[in-house]
Design a protein. Structure first.
Length: 449
């Protein structure tokens, strides 16, 4: 791995700017992953009879608008304008070559008639709904098999009115898995920017089996106690860039996934080339996480400039027996965290299973996790790194990490098992499993600052 990194650096130095853009482009900036689009052709949702009075149900208007855009196929695509107002709607699909544009003061608001919500097939990499067996509810806004789609505007709002769904979850009356606010599946060239997401019934934004996805300048809000309202979950997707956003929700802010157990292993589609940076937020669960669904593999993830407050766990890498797959080449740097229960947690045995058919011998393979330049205050417990006995985590490298305990309490400490790697300048001092192998470690290379 280290040797490969060195030769890539050399190649870049030698072969100059064209390569530099191509190779480093996805690392240095989101720009270029999805080309900027100007749509000459524009229509307004009000042309289709929509009324933004907060009472009229506009599902038909949204479906007709998208149908027209799909069938008229204007050159360069079409922008669908949503003017200021509150547009109540049931779920609808998007089409290729379109921009959904929310004006300042425009709100797309989900209806609460959950009994009327359409059901769709479960994802093959999950084999069932994520939280209930069988089918799952369609997302409020979905795109399947699309390309060149933009959701943007002047910070208008997509509001899921999730309360009714959260209550069904709390009361145990949910029959199927709750809907996301936005899901793109098998799609490419997707851009989501300058939009606020509120009160999602379930995960907020879910790109699955996608490539070339940019999400930036978004605000995602849900109450601290709202169940499973993950912010953004890139799932079996490649070339995804998430930046400059604020997320404050009831579950993980961002979680990189790739299906679970026998379904994810069989589908075999990894998440790779994921960049996550300049994110602020808070939640009782994890800041930035990988897994625990990772059976298709997760690799080449860069996480940097993350600012977390009032968190359960700052950085969380989680997997499980039966998952198979791999987590490798994950780099985390420049993280500030304040008032968190656990700073860093890397765990081999968490999470649940889709069913009892999972293979107990399908062990995940975790190698090459570099975490550096982390500063934490009011951290109750510095870290926990627990590999699997029959699949120890290797190449876990920590450097320049300061996690301060809560004043007046005992100092935050680390707990480790079945892990090897290296540590440099970590306070409180990390467990001996990491420290002792420093000299010979393969990850000394990652300590170049
Ligand atoms: C966008 O809207 C969200 C939610 O209403 C708000 O918190 C945020 O500050 C707004 N951002 C901008 C740039 O106006």
């Amino acid at each position: 791995m280290a040797r490969l990194a060195v030769s890539v650096v050399l190649a870049i130095l030698v072969v100059a700017p064209i390569i530099l853009e191509g190779v480093a482009g996805s690392i240095v900036t989101c720009s270029g992953i999805v080309p900027a689009r100007y749509r000459n052709d524009k229509v307004s949702i009000t042309d289709f009879g929509a009324v933004g009075d907060g009472r009229t149900v506009n599902t038909k208007a949204f479906r007709e608008a998208v149908y027209q855009i799909q069938h008229l196929r204007r050159r360069g695509g079409t922008l669908l304008y949503v003017p200021p107002g509150v547009y109540l709607t049931g779920s609808f699909s998007l089409t290729s070559h379109m921009t959904l544009y929310l004006a300042r003061g425009a709100v797309i608001k989900a209806t609460q008639d959950t009994w009327n919500w359409p059901l769709i097939a479960p994802l093959p990499s999950y084999g069932r709904g994520r939280e209930r067996p069988g089918r799952r509810y369609m997302s409020l806004i979905q795109g399947h098999g699309l390309q060149d789609v933009v959701i943007t505007g002047e910070n208008g709002t997509i509001d899921g009115q999730g309360e009714v769904w959260w209550n069904m979850w709390r009361q145990g009356t949910l029959r199927y898995t709750r809907p996301h606010l936005v899901e793109f599946m098998n799609s490419r060239s997707i851009m989501i920017s300058n939009v606020a997401f509120k009160n999602s019934p379930f995960w907020n934004i879910h790109p699955v089996y996608c490539s070339n996805v940019v999400i930036r300048y978004v605000t995602i809000l849900a109450p601290y106690d709202s169940p499973n309202t993950d912010g953004i979950d890139p799932d079996s997707s490649s070339n995804v860039c998430i930046e400059d956003s604020h997320i404050s929700v009831g579950d993980d802010l961002i979680s990189v996934k790739s299906g679970w157990d026998e379904y994810g292993i069989h589908y075999g589609r990894p998440s790779s080339g994921i960049t996550i940076r300049r994110i602020t937020g808070s939640s009782p669960f994890s800041g930035i996480s990988v897994g625990s669904e990772m059976s298709g593999g997760v690799e080449n993830v860069l996480i940097e400039n993350i600012n977390l407050r009032n968190m359960g766990i700052g950085i969380h890498i989680k997997t499980n027996i039966g998952r198979g797959g791999f987590i490798r080449d994950i780099t985390v740097s420049n993280v500030y965290m304040e008032n968190v229960r656990k700073g860093i947690r890397i765990m081999g045995n968490v999470g649940d299973h889709p069913d009892h058919r999972y293979n107990r011998n399908a062990l995940p393979y975790v190698k090459g996790i570099r975490i550096k330049d982390v500063w934490g205050v009011k951290v109750q417990e510095a870290g926990l790194i627990q590999g699997l006995k029959n699949s120890p985590f290797t190449g876990i490298c920590l450097s320049n990490i300061y996690l301060h305990g809560v004043l007046g309490q005992s100092r935050a400490a680390w707990t480790c098992s079945d892990v090897s790697g290296a540590a440099l300048e970590v306070s409180p001092w990390v467990c001996s499993e990491l420290a002792s192998t420093y000299q010979s470690s393969t990850c000394s290379n990652s300590f170049r600052v």
